[in-house]
Design a protein around this ligand. Structure first.
Ligand SMILES: Cc1ncc(COP(=O)(O)O)c(C=O)c1O
Length: 410
């Protein structure tokens, strides 16, 4: 396989020579890369050795993000049960647990299964199970892992869960999901939420552990003060419901919610006992635009740690180059090139992208490697099998991305 030194020697002797040499070894290089990853032999593996498009994690920025959130939670007296839908990686969940998080939140039963199978404790399913398939798997998870739990936002779903749990002789830890400004889920706060909490509490095979309220609308509200106002409005019904439930003697040991955008808002208002923030581990360009408490235009509390690496594959027209990252590699054409925010990224087909250099003094070269920031993490990580983890140019780890849409177990 070509080492960094060989690559440099080849490029010094002429780039074409390197390309010709590499192309005759393509199959063996691929097989060798896979074999090395399988035996975790990453010595002298560099970003330039990777196939593109691929996902690269900047380890230094990623670790800083994890530490920033862990420190914040510690100081604020909050727990972290970070959402995995953005990364789908048990490796990341383990690193967060090592820094003190109490578990993870998951959008799908498949994500929960992956996390529980990987030995992650405190897994909470944040989307109530309603199909026979999902209810059965939820009960199976509760049988397997006593710290696992799910939400419900409907009395009927609670009945179905109770029935399935009773027939298996299992108790399922259950959280009542209360509407918090996002019409996709959550029972109305106040009376209906309390009725549901009582129903769960009196169901023999369900154990009420608390209430959830996820204000997805607040998370991406631009401007810290506007976001604060929105989050407080959205969570008011949840807090009222928590007070009512406690007054009624119901066991509310957790109040869970929050996001990357509101992590330092929800902790100020002391409304939640735990945060479900997920995107902060990598960040994306849409989140960058919402503005922070200190910097009104850039949300810089967390750094951009994830990129899609791509290669320039054609350069036949002025002010533009073609890259090998198209619709299959990127979610949106607004994605930014790392280090060149003025360059426009356009999708031109399944496997082609265009970088428009009109107002830039940049001039990319054929074969050059560039990195693009995803504008949305959830959708972008969903189309890759693995993260190549880099410290500088060196690849130091490879983490699988699991439970993606289309995977057989979904
Ligand atoms: C229920 C729930 N909680 C928490 C989050 C995490 O939000 P973020 O990734 O913005 O931190 C999400 C994300 O969509 C979510 O759906």
């Amino acid at each position: 396989m070509n080492t960094r030194r060989q690559f440099l020697a080849a490029t010094a002797g002429g780039f074409c020579a390197f390309v010709a040499q590499a192309s005759t070894r393509t199959t063996s290089r691929y097989a060798e890369l896979e074999a090395r990853i399988a035996r975790r032999d990453l010595k002298n593996l560099f970003k330039e050795d990777l196939p593109t498009p691929c996902m690269v994690v900047d380890l230094e920025t990623f670790e800083k993000n994890l530490n920033t959130m862990a420190d914040h939670c510690r100081k604020a007296g909050l727990q972290l049960r970070g959402h995995v839908k953005v990364h789908k990686s048990p490796e990341i969940a383990r690193r967060q647990a090592a820094l003190g998080s109490i578990g993870v939140t998951c959008a799908t039963v498949a994500e929960c299964e992956l996390m529980v199978n990987a030995g992650i404790k405190g897994v909470l399913l944040t989307r109530q199970p309603t199909s026979k398939n999902n209810i059965g798997r939820t009960v199976a998870l509760a049988r397997r892992e006593s710290t696992f739990g799910t939400v419900v936002d409907d009395p009927l779903a609670a009945e179905w869960l109770q029935e399935a749990a009773a027939s298996e002789g299992v108790t399922v830890r259950t959280v009542v999901d209360v509407y918090a400004g996002l019409t996709r889920h959550g029972i109305e706060p106040g009376g209906p939420a309390i009725e549901l909490a009582k129903k769960v509490d009196s169901s023999k095979n369900l154990k009420l552990i608390g209430l959830m309220g996820y204000s997805g609308g607040a998370s991406h509200t631009r401007g810290w003060n506007e976001r604060k106002k929105k989050s407080q409005n959205d969570l008011a019904g949840l807090l009222e419901s928590v007070a009512m439930a406690r007054a009624a003697g119901l066991p509310v040991s957790i109040v869970t919610g929050g996001s990357t955008g509101t992590y330092n808002i929800d902790s100020e208002s002391k409304s939640l006992t735990e945060l479900q923030a997920g995107s902060f581990v990598f960040m994306d360009t849409l989140y960058r635009q919402i503005g922070g408490k200190q910097e009104p235009t850039v949300y810089s509390d967390f750094g951009l740690a994830l990129t899609v690496m791509t290669t320039v594959i054609s350069q036949r027209h002025p002010h533009q180059v073609t890259i090998d990252a198209g619709n299959k590699a990127l979610l949106r054409p607004t994605d930014e090139v790392k280090g060149c925010p003025e360059v426009r990224v356009e999708n031109q087909g399944a496997e082609y992208g265009i970088l428009v250099l009109k107002d830039s003094d940049k001039d990319f070269k054929l074969g050059e490697r560039l990195e693009l920031y995803p504008s949305n993490l959830d959708m972008s990580t969903n189309v890759y099998d693995r993260y190549y983890v880099a410290r500088g140019e060196q690849i130091v780890d490879v983490w699988p991305i699991m439970g993606r849409s289309g995977a057989a177990h979904r």
